[in-house]
Design a protein around this ligand. Sequence first.
Ligand code: FA5
Ligand code: MG
Length: 436
Amino acid sequence: FQAYSQRNQKYPEQIELDGKSYKTDEWTNIPQFILELTKRQLHQNPNHPIGILRDLIEENFKGMGYEFYYDFKPTVTTYQNFDVLGFPQDHPGRSKSDTYYLNKEHLLRTHTSAHEHECFQQSKTPGYFITADVYRKDEVDRTHYPAFHQMEGARLWSQNTPNVEEQIKRDIESIPKTNIIVEDPFRDQPFNLENPKQEYMTDEQCRLTSIHLKKTLEYLVNQVFEKARESAKLAGSTEEYLNEPLKVRWVEAYFPWTTPSWEIEVWWKGEWLECCGCGLVKQQVLTNAELENDKFGWAFGVGLDRIAMLLFGIPDIRLFWTLDERFANQFQKGKISTFQPYSKFPGIKRDCSFWLANESPLHVNDVMEIVRQHGGDLVENVVNIDEFIHPKTGRKSQCYRINYQSMDRNLTNDEINAIHQKVEDDLVKYFQVEIR
Ligand code: FA5
Ligand code: MG
């Protein structure tokens, strides 16, 4: 059984991106509309919510020993994104159904950790932050989009520093204090059999480094969520939790290149919100970056989009990508303002009914992918609304309803008919359905 992306071979021989040319092959699976998104660089726009959030975080960490990187190009090698970080060969993240490949060796980074290697190599400060757009093949809804943003942070110490434990303690002391309520069953005993310590670090180094990591993230979360609370109150919310101290909890996690590893979750509107993975960097990753054997430290990766949604009251993650000026005009460098919704443009619905070919399974994801291939961002959703088997012939019929909608403009029937025709053509061509 082949999914649509494998049946459809419509890619050009070369893909040009950021001044480089990539020869396509059987791994190529990036639709044009994703390539277009790589040009947007929303985190580098100081007047866009994602850029404003990046600024806010960086402001809070200035003068604390971090260098800030923000203009790494989105194309990386499988070595950078996976191998150097110790991802096993059979890790699902490597598959074509999870990741956008330009070709067998090049892909759109799926996380900012893809740049840890080069930052460890080149950074002249004890730590660094990297902000970047990242890409994952994902379902699309209010909080998921195939492109989003992460900020990576990392910090190292050297075992050759005399009394390095005292140094870490001083570094911990210099992190500004917060009023956050912390639930952390692992604070005093950070490692165990399932979430082990690395042998080259002493127990005390592991404990202190973990505390530095966690206090750093608690501070980051505090600075951002205090703003989010202010902004919710300004927007008129009187919910009680806004007056209670901010609550976070630490849960154990797994990442191939850190151990021990955790995630920090923030209590927000009656739910635990996952916002950041982190851990102590495995020694192998540092030696891969040609660092001496004496270095140790931590790394984290925080997702920016969902936090920006809370900060700015943005109801749908797709709005970040709109070109509508009614969106752009609402945001300004350094200001946390609340999004004022504007009227949506009307959608256009089209139904697509067909008889399935025997032996040709068709998954709703295939239909989604075909529609997205031709409709790009104009596709609001795809729903299987009807299915039956003909009592005499035994043939199976399906009907999908596709809702086309633009965030930016009115759609014309002509353009939607043209897209819809291509969708039907592909269903016939790749899945041998018979349109009814
Ligand atoms: C990572 O991407 C790791 N690179 C994080 C890390 C860095 C761990 C360094 C250890 C050391 P994860 O896949 O959980 O982990 O994503 C991190 C954060 O990105 C999540 O907590 C979430 O806030 C955000 N995120 C993940 N997927 C999406 C998505 N589809 N849409 C929006 N935000 C997302
Ligand atoms: Mg996760």
